[in-house]
Design a protein around this ligand. Structure first.
Ligand code: 0PR
Length: 377
């Protein structure tokens, strides 16, 4: 830091220059985040100074967080769910597994978690932090986890089962009712990572076919991210529990706080996330999200059809707003697109080019992306 401070106008210019260098969302088909809804931005700015780490100092903000959990609970078929607003899917997944480890005492170093090969890398972080082993079950032809293989990996040291509702790479949804049954039969804690799919599946036309939340017996916790398809600001995640008891397992004594105890992973945490999430969920309502998801799905199918017309093959028929197309050297194509200013990603098994059709990927964006990809394929 400099000895003497710099004038505000100079700094504002520096900030403007830094912002200019960021890639505009309209060129980004690799991200699960999007431009937040304007009302979320307004709410975020208004609550930026509040700290939910000490909720009794900010009872107004705490009531907004409580209301968010209520609305998320309703969305996930459990209006009375317990939970809190996290910083995102990573924190939600870590915390859910922390609850599972607290719940079932096994010999130190022996605990394991059975999860799909498609699970997000946040579970690797969780495993390192919690000192548990990950047992990865393979996927079937539809890129869903093989439930029989999961069953075969369970032993008496298994503290949790995990399933994904909207896999990061392909947007597939595991057979959650079957895994819920397995969890109940084996009496094991079952966590569903719906960080991406949680704000998509309930708004799809045939949503009732994809059961993934608390309506499925056996599901004990769900991660759902308002900062992905929920149109809220970063960092906004949601962790919901079937029973408050699971969240209580995380409580740490913090006598000097107004709340005396704390169960979140972060200590000091922004109230802005809760305010933004509250505002956008209240403002959009179910029909608002339904419209957003419907437009994303129309654009997803438009992109899918354009790629099929080019003679390309899909890695998976889109279940949600992610398009994956098989390519022998997907990485080379990704780089060429990057040189043209487009950001997409690749997958390895199967090797594919991956495009996430977020709300900022409009029809115009799809058309111009297709025009460019035609030039190089
Ligand atoms: N669970 C699933 C299924 C996810 O897809 C992700 C993130 C997480 C958990 C972790 O969520 P947080 O990153 O909020 O902690 N999936 C994306 C990914 O890692 C996130 C992302 C978003 C990546 C924007 C890039 C990007 O530009 O690929």
């Amino acid at each position: 830091m400099r000895e003497h401070g710099v004038d505000e106008t100079v700094i504002l210019k520096e900030l403007e220059d830094a912002a200019q260098r960021n890639v505009p969302y309209a060129r980004v088909l690799s991200s699960m985040c999007t431009t937040p809804h304007p009302i979320a931005l307004k709410a975020h700015r208004e609550f930026i100074v509040s700290n939910l780490g000490d909720p009794k100092l900010f009872p107004g903000t705490a009531s907004l967080e409580h209301a968010c959990i209520g609305m998320l609970g309703e969305l996930l078929h459990l209006p009375l769910a317990a939970g809190y607003i996290t910083t995102g899917g990573t924190e939600s997944n870590i915390q859910a597994l922390r609850s599972a480890r607290q719940l079932k005492k096994v010999d130190p170093g022996k605990a394991n978690i059975v999860l799909p090969e498609s699970a997000h890398y946040s579970f690797d972080k969780a495993a390192q932090m919690l000192g548990v082993t990950l047992r990865r079950a393979p996927l079937d032809d539809e890129l869903k986890v093989d439930v029989d293989a999961m069953a075969g990996l369970i032993d008496r040291n298994t503290i949790a089962l995990v399933a994904i509702a909207g896999t990061t790479e392909f947007g597939q949804v595991d057979s959650i009712p079957a895994i819920g049954k397995l969890a109940l039969d084996e009496d094991i804690f079952f966590h569903v990572d719906a960080a991406f799919g949680g704000f998509v599946i309930p708004f799809l036309k045939d949503s009732s076919k994809l059961k993934f939340d608390f309506e499925v017996p056996g599901v004990m916790s769900v991660a759902i991210d308002p900062h992905k398809m929920g149109m809220s600001t970063i960092p906004s995640g949601g962790l919901l529990y079937r029973d408050e008891r699971f969240m209580k397992l995380l409580e740490i004594n913090a006598q000097y706080l107004t709340s005396q105890v704390q169960s979140s992973l972060a200590g000091t945490r922004s109230g802005a996330s809760a305010a933004a999430t509250y505002a956008v969920m209240r403002h959009l309502g179910m029909d608002g999200y339904r419209k957003i998801v419907s437009t994303c799905m129309d654009n997803t199918l438009l992109l899918r059809d354009s790629l099929l017309d080019m003679g390309l093959e899909l890695a998976l028929e889109p279940v949600m707003n992610i398009v994956t197309t098989k390519l022998p050297d997907a990485e080379a194509t990704r780089k060429k697109l990057c040189d043209m200013g487009w950001f997409v990603s690749t997958t390895s098994r199967p090797e594919a080019l991956r495009m996430v059709v977020m709300p900022h990927v409009t029809r115009t964006v799809v058309d111009s992306f297709v025009t460019d990809i035609k030039k190089i394929l």
